[in-house]
Design a protein around this ligand. Structure first.
Ligand SMILES: [Zn+2]
Length: 723
């Protein structure tokens, strides 16, 4: 991890620097010195608003390309045909939900460079609306263009309409309290007891660790509380005052206009995400099924809110996308924004949906995946929370929890005190254990009882509809090796891959070897993330959805904490440009790997029978010419190909040493069957064995043949494939 030679940048107009040893115990400690280069902890705040040139340099001189979205609507949706199945409604492929939520217009200023690291924690209070840049780099402060401005006064929070389907909704809970600055405290809390002690006291602990230190968001009172409760902390950063720019209302309908609603440089609103599901379902009826799996808390209260929405994506055959745990294909499930403020996760989900639906039929890897696997996506698992976040417009709020005010309606709204229940602490899997808070205003508030929240219960009902229960109830009971399915809950940030158990490190799960092995692969694909049980690399957390999925069903379950803890794209609210430049290229192959794993995550799924398939059409092989191929389309099989896949080849050709043979898998991977050589005999009548176990069975397989020397000629007579 980076050393303490860190630079923090935020977007208010001030530069703060702390001399070595200064600021060790409270908010009054840091010196505020403008523009003095230091090599120690530095907190910079450059008013980053409005004037960043396109593609311009960040304060630290780091560039991040802009990505102002210009996405055209995928299609226009039409009327709803919804059918309840159990507690879950299926929406017809052309379904459209009635309007909901407040629209937010894209802002010309929002594409500016650099919002990075969010602060874990600050909700929708005035200070929590801050956008900021924290950097954990060792860039010398002298690189910075230091701009010293007075801290902007706190702008009284505006009251705007929000989040109400079809109506002008009630004002959100926007606190207008005037308060002192908000700080990020770096707190000595080594893994284990100290970390759990900190969490249990209701501090807003960020999902980030540097060695023996955790980070806590809070005001000066929080600093005093840390001190009085015996924690050693230093101020790591001072957050800027908010720049309150509420988005303007544009539409309340999930129509073509809703598709284009964005905030903060391109992030889609809840409306846009849900309209996107309808548009995709309308455009790709043979590949998709939109599903309404419940209602958000606000909707249950008649106070606006949203339906809870998912989409199933696969090459649809009979029984596919059914809300039945006996559906024929293995299932890969991924969700975003269970924690509302973790913006990257919703955007990744959006891109994943497009990648699959637009790639089917043209991208061999996508085609093979959707031929064999169901992919389920919940882009926004906590829409009420995201509605609060997006109301910050260009300064998205830091709401983490849902919007349920029943238990904490008097939460102050300043940092560390917010309404809602933490949906990732609310499940009945070891509910109320380590890493949870009983304080209603705390960010890790577990709720009044296990599964108290409608969003929690709706997800559980959906998962039970999608997966069989394959596991016993003991802490070390293993799910059978032939259990299928993978579930990913996307969070941010810290570049971590986590897997159960999250509630303790006292036990490893019964499937630890397989889970850990997959996590290692995911972390490797991501470019060297850390991986482990939460308590091994971050802190224990109980009642999380990923624990629940494994605990209740035995399904392989992971959390990804997407995004670096430092640098230009770190934090909860990275610049939108980071999505295309950084996150999507990294997460896409992680998703693809994980989706393929759904067929056999624990390694013991029976290969099943996949009949031998033959193509006996003749294909001429040009003399010393380009490679030619013959295709076999495999369909109706499940899972991956065998480690002893059989390729039976019959080629008529004189001087067969001229020929190079490859088996090309549906995703384009080539397996060399035979090189060229000096074998002067005629014809090939050979069965080759290939380890194709990382390949999905279904899809277009090719026998590729090239004649690499002149004079002899022939043709592919026939070939057969048994995967
Ligand atoms: Zn999270």
């Amino acid at each position: 991890m980076p050393s303490s030679r860190s630079i923090r940048t935020s977007s208010t107009g001030m530069t703060l620097e702390r001399a070595p040893g200064a600021g060790s115990s409270g908010p009054s400690s840091p010196e505020c010195v403008a523009g003095v280069p230091r090599t120690t902890v530095v907190a910079h705040a450059v008013r980053g608003s409005e004037v960043r040139p396109a593609g311009g340099a960040a304060p630290g001189g780091v560039r991040c390309p802009l990505d102002v979205p210009s996405r055209a609507p995928v299609g226009r949706s039409t009327a709803v045909s919804a059918v309840r199945i159990g507690s879950v409604r299926m929406i017809g492929a052309t379904g459209r939900r009635s309007g909901q939520g407040r629209a937010v217009q894209p802002s010309p200023t929002s594409a500016r460079y650099g919002r990075s690291e969010g602060v874990h924690g600050s909700g929708f209070g005035p200070f929590s609306c801050s956008t900021l840049h924290r950097r954990r780099t060792t860039v010398k402060s002298t690189r910075r263009s230091l701009v010293t401005l007075a801290i902007a006064g706190v702008t009284a929070a505006a009251v705007i309409n929000g989040g109400v389907p079809g109506t002008a909704g009630p004002a959100p809970e926007v606190a207008a309290a005037q308060a002192g600055p908000t700080y990020v405290y770096k707190v000595h809390a080594p893994l284990g007891k100290a970390a759990q002690n900190l969490l249990s006291r209701g501090f807003d602990v960020l999902e980030q660790r540097e060695g023996d230190y955790l980070f806590v968001l809070g005001d000066s009172a929080a600093g005093q509380k840390l001190k009085s409760e015996g924690f050693t902390s230093v101020i790591d950063e001072v957050l800027p005052a908010p720049q309150w720019t509420p988005p303007s209302r544009k539409s309340q309908q999930l129509d073509a206009g809703a598709l284009e609603e964005t905030y903060y440089g391109g992030y889609r609103t809840v409306n846009a995400q849900f309209a996107h599901l309808d548009a995709v379902a309308s455009q790709y009826p043979n590949l998709t099924q939109a599903v309404d799996y419940g209602d958000s808390w606000k909707k249950t209260q008649g106070a606006g809110g949203y339906d809870l929405r998912a989409i199933c994506i696969t090459k649809k055959n009979a029984g596919d996308c059914a809300l039945s745990s006996t559906a024929p294909k293995p299932r890969f499930f991924v969700m975003g924004q269970l924690h509302a403020r973790e913006l990257t996760t919703g955007d990744v989900a959006y891109r994943w949906i497009d990648h699959l639906t637009q790639g089917y039929g043209s991208d061999p890897e996508v085609t093979a995946l959707l031929d064999s696997t169901e992919v389920w996506v919940v882009p926004i698992a906590n829409p009420d929370g995201v509605n609060i976040v997006q109301q910050g417009g260009n300064t998205p709020r830091f709401q983490r929890k849902n919007a349920n005010t029943t238990n904490g309606s008097n939460c102050s709204g300043t940092s560390g005190s917010h309404v809602g229940i933490d949906l990732n602490r609310n499940t009945n899997s070891h509910w109320g254990g380590e890493g949870t808070s009983a304080q209603p205003c705390a960010e890790t508030y577990k709720g009044p009882s296990a599964n108290s929240e409608v969003e929690t219960r709706a997800l559980q009902a959906l998962w039970r509809n999608l997966y069989k229960d394959r596991r016993g109830t003991g802490n070390t009971d293993a799910a059978p090796a032939d259990t299928t399915g993978v579930v990913i809950s996307m969070h941010s940030y810290s570049n971590l891959v986590l897997f159960p158990w999250g509630w303790t490190t006292q036990y490893k799960t019964g499937n630890d070897t397989a889970l850990r092995g997959m996590a290692r692969e995911m972390a490797s694909i991501a470019g060297g993330w850390q991986y482990g049980q939460p308590g091994e690399v971050l802190y224990n957390a109980s009642g999380a959805t990923d624990d629940w999925v494994y605990d209740d069903l035995g399904v392989a379950s992971f959390v990804w904490e997407i995004g670096p803890g430092s640098g230009s794209c770190s934090g909860f609210h990275p610049a939108y440009s980071c999505q295309a430049s950084t996150f999507w290229p990294k997460v896409k192959p992680m998703l693809m790997y994980s989706a393929k794993k759904a067929a056999n995550p624990y390694g013991g799924a029976t290969p099943g029978t996949c009949a031998k398939a033959t193509n006996d059409g003749d294909v001429n092989i040009p003399d010393a010419g380009a490679a030619v191929s013959s295709t076999i389309n495999v369909s109706g099989c499940t899972g991956n190909a065998s480690a002893t896949t059989q390729v039976e080849v019959h080629v008529k050709h004189t001087y067969r040493g001229d020929l190079v043979l490859d088996l090309v898998a549906p995703d384009g991977t080539a397996y060399r069957l035979k090189p060229s050589n000096n074998d002067s005999a005629d014809n090939i009548d050979t069965t080759y064995t290939v380890n194709a176990s990382t390949e999905v069975r279904n899809g277009a397989w090719k026998l590729q043949v090239q004649d690499v020397y002149s004079s002899d000629t022939g043709y592919i007579d026939s070939w057969s494939l048994t995967t």
